[in-house]
Write a protein that binds this ligand. Structure first.
Ligand code: DQA
Length: 139
């Protein structure tokens, strides 16, 4: 099984960025733990701060991977291009967020991506990614 994780803008700063909201752990550190909990899964990780690069990665992986877990960061709330890319591919996509976006500013309550995703996981810290992965291992 091959799963692609895609992180969007500013998520390269996880661990140092607003730690009261996003925690103290870097994504690289978390990814090592995640990979060791799912040794039989090929986990590929991609991070970009650019909308078009995220669209390209969805196109590249969206026809032969078994699942995609995406945290599009602020593009979640703004990007029709990423929403269209998710709607255009065959691989099922789960939207995740580290923070509980529904307890935050109103502009974070709307996702352009969610309607084309299997589901949305938000508010469990970095464990949101693990929950997404568990879904893909069972479906
Ligand atoms: C986020 C929530 C977004 O609103 C924000 O712009 C992010 C991170 C999260 O993981 O909680 O960059 O996607």
């Amino acid at each position: 099984m091959k799963i692609q994780i895609i992180n969007g803008p500013n998520l390269n700063l996880l661990g140092t960025r607003e730690p009261d909201i996003y925690g103290n752990t870097s994504f690289d550190e978390y990814l090592k733990k995640l990979q060791s909990s799912f040794p039989s899964i090929t986990l590929d990780y991609y991070q970009s701060n650019s909308e078009g690069d995220i669209v390209d990665k969805l196109h590249q992986t969206g026809f032969d991977y078994n699942g995609i877990i995406i945290n599009a960061g602020a593009y979640t709330h703004t990007s029709l291009a990423i929403a269209d890319a998710i709607a255009s591919i065959e691989t099922p996509v789960i939207e995740v967020h580290v923070s509980n976006v529904y307890t935050r500013e109103a502009f974070r309550h709307h996702s352009f991506l969610a309607r084309s995703c299997v589901g949305v996981i938000a508010g469990f810290g970095l464990e949101s990614y693990r929950l997404g992965l568990e879904f893909f291992t069972k479906h």
